[in-house]
Design a binder for this molecule. Sequence first.
Ligand SMILES: [Cu+2]
Length: 359
Amino acid sequence: MADLLRRLLSRRSVLVTGAAAATLPAAALGTVVTGNPPPAKAAGATRKVTIYAEALPGNLFGYGLAPGQATVPGPVLEMYEGDTLEVTLVNTTNQRLSIHPHGVDYSVDSDGSPLHNSFNNPGETRTYVWRSREMFAAAGRRFMPGSAGYWHYHDHAMGTDHGTGGLIRGLYGALIVRRRGDILPDRQFTVVFNDLTINNRVAPNAPQFEANLGQRVEWIAIGHGSQFHTFHLHAHRWADNRTGMLEGPTDPSQVVDNKDLNPGSSFGFQVLAGEGVGPGAWMYHCHIQSHSDTGMVGIFLVRNADGSMPAGAQEAIDKHHGHTHVAAQQAAHGATQPQFVAPPEVRGPDPDHQHVHGD
Ligand SMILES: [Cu+2]
């Protein structure tokens, strides 16, 4: 029980529960902690969460769980298959915007698109209803899939008729629908390849994620923008299935360490940090070489089990920060046609927030 509580308290997402979530102030970008345990066996519960859409420095926008706490990406939202989530979106901005989920069920008035006038006007509050279901048996001894998966949510109403303006400015986040019995992680990292940025940042300011050796780490990878990408994590691999873990010795899932991550798609997996390879400053990056060269690369710092810094890791991180990436070089020289340079307005707004720490 103590171990379960410790895990829950160390997690970075909000498991949305029926009670008002006792969230603590986010100490770092994307860090939200809740002390509420996951829901028990009863499926079909309706749960509520309030999300605040806010303008951020650098022409960015973000979603947050409390006023003043918006981040890019927004908080990880989680639900269990069979539950319904009522998302009340408070639009504190002067822009039309919405929240549109992938992977769950909703009616047209909750799809978050201008097509159905499903959006929040400036200053408006609106509730969107996301439903989910468990797998069920169908005719022919087949099964209809449930909602479980690593999904995501995003704005679908800002700027244009298609509502594409919010995505480029940071209005996106991860949505996890779990199956009851799924293993919960110690740490969660949301990685969004958005045009030529990672979470609207480029190296050396791309997010740095951290865990201690042996901790169970959950990665949620999401693609946005107008570029194709491949997500690669050094020294770790996962099964290309719903959870990233093999179900047994005969599970036919391919084991990979690199996977396509294209606009609108998402996947997730769990790994044990440093398992079989030890601690260190491991890279994660887009494996399209021109993309990594221009800044789609970050560090997954696996600390020693006691949280101390492994030998050589700080030197590697310093080297990473000392890199001259082509994008930065071209920007510095005022290149008129900078190839693969992220637009300034989608870069990280705050140079002090270079790292996303584990706590
Ligand atoms: Cu790429």
